[in-house]
Every structure is written in structure tokens, then in C-alpha cells.
Design a protein around this ligand. Structure first.
Ligand code: BTN
Length: 265
């Protein structure tokens, strides 16, 4: 495994130390392990390829060499766990901001945190927690952005749902995308620590492609129901109205959105 470690002297936190690997099983797995061995807050691990990239809900994340941005960030927040709940949604907004900055693309967000271009998934986020010692939670935020893939780089199942910057006519190098992404993530962490989340929530709501659409909810026990997505609440939960008229707030599980990939009648 070829590796390069860069220490940067700047006022922010995210990206103070950047470890670049040629190939790793998963940058999240690597960084969770490093967190248990004392890696510094703000450490970023970037890989050219992942042999076992992981997604939400136990799925895999296809990570062909040189085609995408695959990175993870380590945070050691000292705040109550309930204040950390929006971190993945906030990260989705940070990814959208970075994409706009590098190529003018206005991405959307499929609740809770898939980033879409042209109604297909361009980026995914997997946040995991580790507890190196009692009462101290570390967060590892993993981000995968499809940059230079063509349809042939994805498996047929993923090709039906995914896109890349290249497939959207945007020829951006991975190296161009990473610095603005880290800068936006640093701003996101500052907002999380200060509690000034309103601008982020407003942007999340504006970009949320799920709102106003019929959705199919699948809970963690495998049950399914249909509803309409009506709002995103202050904690980034999805407020839905079921066919029977009951209003409830969804905070996890799987939500398919009619009109977006992955919703089959
Ligand atoms: C999802 O779409 O379900 C989340 C995908 C997250 C993928 C990124 S790539 C970098 C980091 N390492 C991983 O193994 N997963 C995340």
C-alpha cells in the first residue's frame, strides 16, 4: 500500500493531517482503527481505490481505482451525542457546496444523505461512531463521490441508479475536488460546534429532492408503507403523511422516492 502523509498548518480542523493511500479496504475502517490508536482530530484518509468500500445499511460502495473521491474524516467532538445527529445531513450540504464550487453543479439531496445530480446518485455518505474510551465518541465521516466513472465502471444494478461528474459532462479531477470539499467540511464542523445550523438547514430543505413526493418507507424490521414527504424538521428528520392521514417523523431506515432512482411500482 503506497502512502503519503501531509501535515497542514492552518486554523481549521478538517484536513490538518491528510493520509493518502493507493488502496485500502475501506477508508472508514482504516480511520476507525486509527481513531482507536489516537489519530488526531481532523485527520483525513483519502484512497485512490477501496477493495471493500462500505455504504449505508450494510451495502457495498463500488470504488474503482482513480475514478472517485473516497475519503474519511475523523472528528472528536466534545458535545452531547444528540447534537451530533445532524452531522450526516450537514455533510450532504457540504458536498453540494463543494460540487457547486468546482463545477457549478446544483446537486439535490435524497433524504437523508444521498447526493444527486440529474436525479441519480453522485455521492454517498457513511457516518460511523467509535468510542475509544468510555464517554468519548469519535465520528468517522466517509464520503464517496463519483468523478470519472463511465457506465461500464459500475455493476449493472448500480449503473441504473448512479452517475458521475464525467457522465454529467463535467471533467473535474479528483485533486481539484478534494481541497474545496475539506474546506466546506471544516465550515460544517464549525457550524455544528457553534450550533449555528439554520443556514445549513435552510439549504438542506432547498436541496431536498424528497420533499413533496410520494415515498415508500421501509423500516429496519423490513416493514413497508407509502406516504408523502411533507417537511424536514429542525433535527433533519423527514415529516411524512401516511395514506391514512397520520403525520409522523422518520429518523432512519430506508426511504424510496417516486420519480427518483430505486422506486419501483
Ligand atoms: C452510501 O451511499 O450508502 C454511503 C457510501 C459511502 C462511501 C464512502 S467512500 C469512503 C468511505 N469509505 C467507505 O468504506 N465508505 C465511505
Amino acid at each position: 500500500m503506497r502512502e503519503r502523509c501531509e501535515k497542514r498548518n492552518f486554523a481549521g480542523i478538517v484536513g490538518r493531517e491528510i493520509l493518502t493511500l493507493s488502496c485500502v479496504d475501506s477508508t472508514n475502517t482504516y480511520l476507525k482503527n486509527a481513531a482507536l490508536h489516537g489519530a488526531a482530530e481532523g485527520t483525513v484518509v483519502v484512497a485512490d481505490a477501496q477493495s471493500a468500500g462500505r455504504g449505508r445499511l450494510g451495502r457495498s460502495f463500488q470504488s474503482p481505482a482513480g475514478k472517485g473521491v473516497y475519503l474519511s474524516v475523523l472528528l472528536r467532538p466534545s458535545m452531547p451525542p444528540e447534537r451530533l445527529l445532524p452531522v450526516t445531513a450537514l455533510t450532504a450540504v457540504a458536498v453540494c457546496r463543494a460540487l457547486r464550487e468546482v463545477c457549478g453543479a446544483e446537486a439535490e439531496i435524497k433524504w437523508p444523505n444521498d447526493v444527486l445530480l440529474d436525479r441519480r446518485k453522485i455521492a454517498g455518505i457513511l457516518t460511523e461512531a467509535v468510542m475509544p474510551q468510555e464517554g468519548k465518541t469519535c465520528l468517522v465521516i466517509g464520503i464517496g463521490i463519483n468523478v470519472a466513472q463511465t457506465a461500464e465502471d459500475f455493476s449493472p444494478e448500480v449503473a441504473a441508479l448512479a452517475t458521475s461528474l464525467r457522465m454529467q459532462g463535467k471533467e473535474i479531477s479528483r485533486e481539484t475536488l478534494v481541497p474545496p470539499l475539506l474546506a466546506r467540511l471544516d465550515e460544517m464542523y464549525e457550524a455544528l460546534r457553534s450550533g449555528n445550523l439554520q443556514p445549513w438547514l435552510a439549504e438542506y430543505r432547498r436541496r431536498c429532492a424528497t420533499l413533496g413526493k410520494p415515498v415508500r418507507l421501509r423500516n429496519l424490521a423490513g416493514g413497508e408503507e407509502t406516504a408523502r414527504a411533507e417537511a424536514v424538521d429542525e433535527q433533519f428528520g423527514l415529516v411524512v403523511r401516511t395514506a391514512e392521514g397520520t403525520v409522523k417523523t422518520v429518523r432512519g431506515g430506508e426511504v424510496s422516492v417516486r420519480g427518483l432512482y430505486g422506486y419501483t411500482e
